[in-house]
Design a protein around this ligand. Structure first.
Ligand SMILES: NC(=O)C1=CN([C@@H]2O[C@H](COP(=O)(O)OP(=O)(O)OC[C@H]3O[C@@H](n4cnc5c(N)ncnc54)[C@H](OP(=O)(O)O)[C@@H]3O)[C@@H](O)[C@H]2O)C=CC1
Ligand SMILES: CC(=O)C(=O)O
Ligand SMILES: [Mg+2]
Length: 763
């Protein structure tokens, strides 16, 4: 996993606009009218409504989606009391996590005040702004009283994340680790290093879950907290042991579980060796754990080891909890975050780790087979299921314990809202995946001897999306799989140089030579071609030995597109094939064509592209609303290129009298219906939102989608091939695993359509 250096981190924070977050308006603000509504005089109306009914603040302001991360900088990570200002990067980081993982807006507030009473008064005075308050990095013991008072005195949920977030996540990890190690919670001996905010709260939750208080030994910076000590505050006194122990090293002997919430490098390999069999060690000090990962795992193979860091397996970090805990609390109108809600979160997070890990999570971590076990005791922070698992569990907890002021009634609609909150709607791909899983097909992976293709094939197989056939040398693929830690058991490998089916190559060659004899192809030439993976793979599809193929975009002498034309051919009624990208953007789903195949389009080619796109968009269950774009509008420029587009639009109008398609038009008219309708009220697209853009040439289409991706404005599925007789799709072997899996999914659906309705979609 990649390591973080000081230079990288400083550059990351300094680059562009310094810091990590900004404020973005959510309402129109470009006209005088907009401003009169957003500010004076219009703004007075919601003010007066809220004055009458304070609850209306949730209707007219961002209160219901706004959280404050508030710190005084007295216990920033494990860096200690570095002050409010120095803690700001951490608080901005938490604000970012709230936004990206739960769609919650967040202000970081650094308060330069250490006196608990004054701090309480400041936070309380700020509280009307927010729907919830996340207290962060405030040291013990002051944090206990600060949280208690603010919970009591504010009418919104308040949670000290270092206490409860950490307790919830580590408890979920502990339950799962105990299950893997075969230990019972009521029997385990627990050593806790650190007696601050996080340590005390975690220990209390573990006890609530079944740990025997008599089996707990806690240490602080002065050693074991025992009954001989006279310097203990009331929190520490609760955990004072009567056993004759003074040092951490003594306490560790025979312990089953170690929980570190203190400072770095205080645990030694010898201490780990002195623990009981199959120990569990959570070294959670940030940024550096109580014992380094490499040192710990080297010293005991029977260990389950977790840290707070993202660059090692088993990250125990409150990021798995706080975004979703506040999401569920705010959405249900919870007045507090109580024990029922916390326990609901523990159970939901622990259970999620036992479910099959979706390919998108594997892909996000460059893995292929994450599964419940000693290196995967908790879900990964980038798991998109966390929001739909934890937030509803917390909301239910709030409702069942009677603290929810706005109970949720339609859970399916709530789950849908949560998914959509995460920006791009992933519904389309989810639907494709489910369809493919219902009827998986045999997909040839033409470049199986490359890392990402192999990873994608294994992921698609494990997810039940397709039955992969890997083309390549068995020995090399097996070696690569072993190096990547991939399990390829059960996946067929076809070595085209030493094919087990002796006559297959000659059979394929004969069939191709017969098909292309009028193009001058001889049998010996065709036989030679069968050493090319694209020819061979496509012949597998052509002959029905496979249902679809993912071909690489590079092939020795011939371009894969040419080979596809020769081997599987173009659909009846077309002379060209093309590709489309589906872009998922914040504004919705868009289909763009042709993004990969045809360079300079004459009328006939562009007409084929438009017809193919119309069919494909329909096939992806969208009503096509198509704009044919160029640099002029409806004939305003008489040069060659816009004229080609203009004529193709006319032909499309003749062919499909009811199809909403128009142009040529500039792309801003295509995408802005208000401006388009005002300027061109005669357009067939009147009142409609365009979802399909047909570009005049490859440069424009390719540049448009790549620019959107590079600027982070879209996620893409594609390139989706349209117009070949068989589902042969093309993808760059360096494409991300997720993109390859997505295309394999589309190929499976394509094969299913072929099976059902044949290859003339115009019928
Ligand atoms: N992974 C995660 O999700 C989280 C990790 N943490 C980490 O936990 C640590 C503590 O945070 P927090 O509880 O908020 O901070 P606090 O300041 O409240 O507590 C720190 C505790 O560490 C103890 N301590 C300091 N040095 C030693 C030592 N050498 N041996 C034993 N104990 C020691 C202190 O002892 P004393 O009481 O004697 O001063 C104190 O009890 C930090 O490293 C933080 O990054 C915190 C929250 C979440
Ligand atoms: C993760 C966290 O909140 C901390 O280390 O303080
Ligand atoms: Mg913290």
């Amino acid at each position: 996993m990649s390591k973080v250096t000081k230079e990288m981190a400083l550059e990351y924070h300094r680059e562009g606009k310094p810091g990590k977050i900004e404020v973005v308006p959510t309402v129109p603000y470009s006209s005088q009218q907009d401003l009169a509504l957003a500010y004076s005089p219009g703004v007075a109306y919601p003010c007066l409504e809220i004055e009458q009914r304070p609850q209306d603040a949730y209707e007219y302001t961002n209160k219901g989606n706004l959280v404050a991360v508030i710190s005084n900088g007295t216990a920033v990570l494990g860096l200690g009391d570095i002050g409010a200002l120095a803690g700001k990067p951490v608080m901005e980081g938490k604000a970012l996590l709230f936004k990206i993982f739960a769609g919650l807006d967040c202000f970081d507030i650094e308060v330069n005040e250490k006196d608990p009473e004054k701090f309480i008064q400041i936070v309380k005075a700020l509280s009307p702004t927010f729907g919830g308050i996340n207290l962060e990095d405030i040291k013990a013991p002051e944090c206990f009283e600060i949280e208690r008072r603010l919970k009591e005195e504010c009418d919104i949920p308040v949670m000290h994340d270092d206490q409860h977030g950490t307790a919830i996540i580590s408890a979920a990890g502990l339950l799962n680790a105990l299950e893997i190690q075969g230990k019972k919670i009521e029997d385990v001996k627990l050593v806790v290093n650190g007696a601050g905010a996080a340590a005390v709260s975690c220990t209390k939750l573990y006890i609530a879950l079944g740990v025997n208080p008599a089996n707990v030994v806690m240490c602080d910076s002065k050693g074991v907290i025992n009954s001989k000590r006279t310097d203990l505050n009331s929190q520490k006194k609760e955990f004072a042991t009567t056993r004759d122990l003074d040092t951490l090293a003594e306490a560790m002997k025979g312990a089953d579980v170690f929980l570190g919430l203190s400072v770095k490098d205080v645990v030694t390999p010898d201490m780990l060796l002195s623990m009981a069999d199959k120990p569990i060690v959570f070294a959670l000090a940030n940024p550096d754990p109580e014992i380094a990962y490499d040192l710990a795992v080297k010293s005991r193979p029977d260990l389950i080891f977790a840290t707070g860091r993202s660059d090692y397996p088993n990250q125990i970090n409150n990021v798995l909890g706080f975004p979703y805990i506040f999401r569920g609390a705010l959405d249900s109108g919870a007045t507090v975050i109580n024990e029922a809600m916390k326990l609901a979160a523990v159970k939901a997070i622990a259970a999620l780790a036992k479910e099959a890990v979706p390919s998108v999570v594997n892909a996000a971590y460059g893995m292929s087979d994450l599964h419940f076990g000693r290196d995967y005791i908790l879900p990964k922070p980038l798991d998109p299921r966390l929001i739909t698992t934890v937030a509803p569990a917390v909301a239910r907890g709030a409702m069942e314990s009677g603290v929810a002021k706005r109970p949720i009634t339609d859970w399916e609609a709530y789950n849908e809202k949560l998914r959509q909150l995460m920006g791009y709607d992933n519904k389309l791909m989810r639907r494709f995946t489910e369809e493919a899983q219902r009827n998986p097909k045999r997909v040839v992976f033409g470049e199986a001897n490359t890392d990402n293709m192999l990873r994608a094939a294994v992921t698609a197989y494990q997810d039940g999306i397709c039955i992969p056939v890997l083309l390549g040398n068995e020995e090399m693929i097996e070696k690569r799989a072993a190096r990547l830690g991939l399990n390829i058991e059960g996946i067929q490998i076809v070595n085209l140089r030493h094919d087990r089916e002796a006559d297959r190559r000659s059979r394929f060659a004969m069939s191709l030579a017969e098909k292309r004899k009028r193009d001058g192809m001889t049998y010996p030439e065709a036989l030679e071609m069968m050493f090319d993976r694209n020819y061979f793979g496509m012949m597998m599809v052509e002959s029905g030995e496979a249902d679809a193929m993912l071909a690489g975009t590079y092939s020795g002498s011939h371009s894969p597109a040419e080979i596809a034309r020769e081997v599987v051919g173009i659909r009846p009624t077309y002379n060209h094939f093309a590709t489309m990208h589906i872009l998922r953007t914040k504004r919705g789903v868009y289909f763009l064509a042709d993004t990969m195949i045809n360079h300079d389009n004459d009328e006939e080619t562009l007409l084929d592209i438009a017809r193919l796109a119309r069919n494909s968009v329909e096939y992806f269950a969208h009503e096509p609303v198509m704009a044919m774009v160029s640099y002029s509008n409806f004939g305003s420029n008489k040069e060659k290129e816009p004229q080609v587009v203009h004529k193709v639009v006319e032909k499309m109008h003749e062919l499909y009298p009811d199809l909403p398609i128009d142009g040529e038009m500039q792309v801003h008219y295509a995408l802005n219906k208000k401006v388009r309708d005002a300027n061109f009220p005669f357009s067939r697209l009147n009142g409609k939102d365009v979802n399909t853009l047909i570009f005049p040439n490859l440069s424009a289409a390719n540049t448009a989608y790549k620019m959107m991706l590079e600027m982070g404005l879209a996620e893409a599925i594609g390139p989706i091939q349209m117009g070949l007789n068989k589902p042969v799709h093309f993808i760059n072997v360096d494409a991300a695993v997720r993109d390859i899996v997505n295309l394999a999914t589309v190929a499976v659906l394509d094969a299913a359509v072929l099976e059902k309705i044949g290859n003339d979609h115009d019928k």
